[in-house]
Design a protein around this ligand. Sequence first.
Ligand code: NAP
Ligand code: GLV
Length: 319
Amino acid sequence: MGQVFITRVIPGTAVETLREAGHEVEVWPEAGPPPPDVLAARLAAADAAMTMVVDRVTPSMLDTAPRLKVLANMAVGYDNIDPAEAAKRGVRVTNTPGVLAETTADMAFALLMAAARNVVASDRDTRAGGWTTWSPTGFLGQDVFGATLGIVGLGEIGEAMARRALGFRMRVVYTSRTRKPEAEARFGCRFVEIGELLAQSDFVSLHVPLNGSTRGMIGARELRLMKTSAILVNTARGQVVDQGALIAALRDGVIGGAALDVTDPEPLPLENPLYTFSNVIITPHIASASLATRAKMAEMAAANIIAVLAGQAPINPVN
Ligand code: NAP
Ligand code: GLV
C-alpha cells in the first residue's frame, strides 16, 4: 500500500489499476501542472509519483521526499528529471519507451506533409477570405514522394519514420550515435555523418533524446548546411535546436521552413518571432497525443509504480 501522486488528469484506466493494486492515489485536478512548491510538497508525502514531461523534478525536491521510491515519467523522454541525482537518493526513474513510437512518427510525418504542401498556411488563408480564384501559382509546395528524408536519431521513433518514408518512395539517410546495419537492410536507409545528412536532405526530422550531447546540436552552422528549400521537423525536444539560430535562419531564408511540435520554452510565448513566419508550423507538444497511446503510456507508468512499490525491479528503468 503506497501513496501515489499523479501530476495531471490522465486518460484510460491507470488510476483504477493503481487503486486495485491497493494504492492511494491523488490526481492533481488542474489543467496546468502543479507549481514547483506544490510538486515538492506532494513528493514529500508520496511513495511514488507519475510525472509528465513538463514537471521539472529537482534534486532539492528529492532531498525533501524521504519516502519516494519511484518517479514514473509518462513519457519516453526524461530530461525533466536527473536520473543520476534520483539514483543517489534511492529513487528509481522509469519511462514509456516503444508504446508511443508509431503515434509520434504519425505526427512527425503529418508535420512533414503539412509543411511540404502548405496545409496550415493555405487553411489559414482560406479562412481569412483569401480563396478568391484558382491560381496556377498559389501555394506551390514540394513533393514528398521521391524526396530525401534525413533522420537524426534512428531509435524507435526514427525507425517508425523510416518505415513511413518507404511508403512514399523517399530516399532515407540517417545519423545516429551508433550505426544500425539491421535497419539499413530493412529500410534501405544509409548512414551518413550529420553534415552530409543536412546537405542532402529535403526534410530533416529530429528524433534524438535531449541530453548533453544533443542540446543545441542544430545550430547556425548546421542550418547553413541545409538546402535553402529544406524543412526542419522537430518532434524531439525544443532545446535540441538553437532556437535563436533557427529564427535567424528563417528570417534570412537559409532554410525553407520548420514544423515544430516542441519549442524552447514550452508553452512558446505568443510574442515569440517563430509565430510570425508563414512557413513555420507550431503544435503544442502533442506528437504522442492519441487517446489509445496516451492511455497505454499511463498504464505503463502505473505498472512501473506497482512493480517498484511491490519491491520488484521496475519494468522500464532509466536509472
Ligand atoms: P530512442 O528509441 O531512445 O531513440 C533515440 C535515438 O537517438 C537512438 O537511436 C540514439 O542512438 C540516438 N541518439 C542519442 N544521442 C544521440 C546523438 N548525440 N547523436 C545522434 N543520435 C543520438 O527514443 P525514441 O523513443 O525514438 O524517442 C526519441 C525522443 O523523442 C525522446 O527522447 C523524446 O525526447 C522525443 N519524443 C517526443 C514526443 C512528443 O510528443 N513530441 C513523443 C515521444 C518522444 P543509440 O541507438 O545509439 O542509443
Ligand atoms: C514526449 O515528449 C515523450 O518524451 O514521450
